[in-house]
Write a protein that binds this ligand. Structure first.
Ligand code: HEM
Length: 402
């Protein structure tokens, strides 16, 4: 019997979850959490196995976890997510169909074509912050950038960006899992309904008058055959908006904090901007925006020597896998020149992040522009404040001085 516990809810774990991940991995790598009634995986090999093997379902509703069941019962039936699955929670063949409908918009080639526009947005945001001292990287750049980019891609007017951000933040706040407080659930319900209402209006307009945007292309696919129901169309719009926002904000914020705490690496990147691609991969590995995801065992299966019963949830700690010394030499060291960096920050297998090429390009452009804009940034606070969400890990603000 082991005494190690998984508790991500303490202030210490929020500021730095990695020591706890190491303890778990060493003492009890396939750990049954009484607190959450699920298995917690912290080894790279187990996380990768569970994300790759088709016997683990992405449909969380198929689990018998009491907390998931309760959340399911509390869900407002008017929300599109209550009536339609998204690719994130679907297994093949639904997953194949839903992902296939939007996947071409997110290929590295499609996203590369957006580079000049993304550069322009970043330059405009930096111009607007010219006189800031200190300069809050989150507020001025990391927060607005992804919402502007995804809104333009979907084809929704810029005047609703502030609503978008609020809706998407409220939706992903419930990712805190079964432990989230009732007011968070209530805000997410209200925002979900508002967001659905808004997208219903846009979809109706685009049906009458299609434009050259992703929503119009999805509608065309829906009208060509019974490939996509209206609720699925709605749920997909909402997923795209929510999935790419806070995650990208947090990649930029967590990545910058990592550089500031490792000045030699910051200097290296400043001296050689061609290191930007591998630097962003290392930021994703070192302190990724998505710390965990979940799967449900569809039958009884052995995982790392433990017997997992059908219906039980496996909570795969991506953040722990990415610090596993069995795979990464000196895992707690930030090394922006790290080679063969097979991190799991974007997941693995069928559900590998659809938006990864977009997130990568947004981060690469941001870091290059920022270091050009004003070199030698330093942290203008002793201890930056975390949002407190243990799944989507990120900062509330990151004030910089130069
Ligand atoms: C740094 C930023 C990002 C990170 C770290 C990230 C991380 C992830 C992870 C870990 C998954 C897999 C979840 C699972 O297996 O259960 C995922 C899936 C997904 N991501 Fe991202 N993401 C990011 C940005 C984006 C962006 C910009 C978009 C779109 C605009 C996006 C859209 C999606 C979608 C649609 C899925 C579901 C894919 C599927 O189920 O097949 N993500 N993401």
């Amino acid at each position: 019997m082991t005494t190690v516990q998984y508790n991500p809810f303490t202030i210490t774990a929020q500021a730095d979850p990695y020591p706890q991940y190491h303890q778990l991995r060493e003492a009890d790598p396939v750990h049954w959490s009484e607190l959450m009634s699920l298995w917690v995986l912290s080894r790279y090999q187990d996380v990768e196995f569970v994300l790759r093997d088709a016997r683990f379902s992405a449909d969380r509703r198929s689990s018998d976890n009491p907390l998931v069941k309760r959340a399911e019962e509390m869900q407002d039936r008017r929300l599109p997510f209550a009536n339609a699955t998204t690719m994130l929670g679907a297994d093949p063949p639904e997953h194949t169909r839903l992902r296939g409908l939007v996947s071409t918009a997110f290929t590295p080639r499609s996203v590369e074509a957006m580079r000049p526009r993304i550069q322009e947005i970043v330059d405009e945001l930096l111009d607007a912050a010219q006189d800031d001292e200190p300069f809050d990287l989150i507020e001025r750049l990391a927060y607005p950038l992804p919402v502007i980019v995804i809104a333009e891609l979907l084809g929704v007017p810029p005047e609703h960006r502030a609503d978008f951000k609020r809706w998407s933040n409220d939706l992903v706040a419930t990712l805190g899992g079964p432990m989230v407080t009732p007011d968070v659930i209530e805000r997410s319900r209200v925002s979900g309904l508002e967001m659905a209402e808004y997208f219903r209006g846009v979809i109706a307009e685009r049906r009458k008058q299609p434009e050259d945007d992703l929503i119009s292309r999805m509608i065309a696919a829906e009208e060509r055959g019974e490939v996509l129901s209206e609720d699925e169309l709605l749920a997909t719009c909402m997923l795209l908006l929510a999935a790419g926002n806070e995650t990208t904000t947090n990649l930029i914020g967590n990545g910058m904090l990592a550089l500031l705490r490792n000045p030699d690496q910051l200097q290296k990147l400043q001296n050689d901007p061609s290191l930007i691609d591998s630097a962003v991969e290392e930021m994703l590995r070192f302190d990724g925006p998505v710390q965990a995801t979940a799967r449900v065992a569809s039958e009884q299966i052995e995982v790392g020597g433990r017997t997992v019963e059908q219906g039980q949830i496996l909570f795969a700690l991506l953040g722990a896998a990415n610090r596993d010394p069995a795979v990464f030499a000196e895992p707690d060291t930030l090394d922006i020149t790290r080679e063969d960096n097979r991190h799991l920050a974007f997941g693995h297998g069928l559900h590998f992040c659809l938006g990864a090429p977009l997130a990568r390009i947004e981060a690469q452009i941001t870091f290059r522009a920022l270091l050009d804009w004003r070199p030698n940034p330093r942290l203008a606070t002793d201890e930056p404040e975390w949002t407190g969400n243990f799944i989507l890990r990120g900062l509330k603000s990151l004030p910089l001085a130069f």
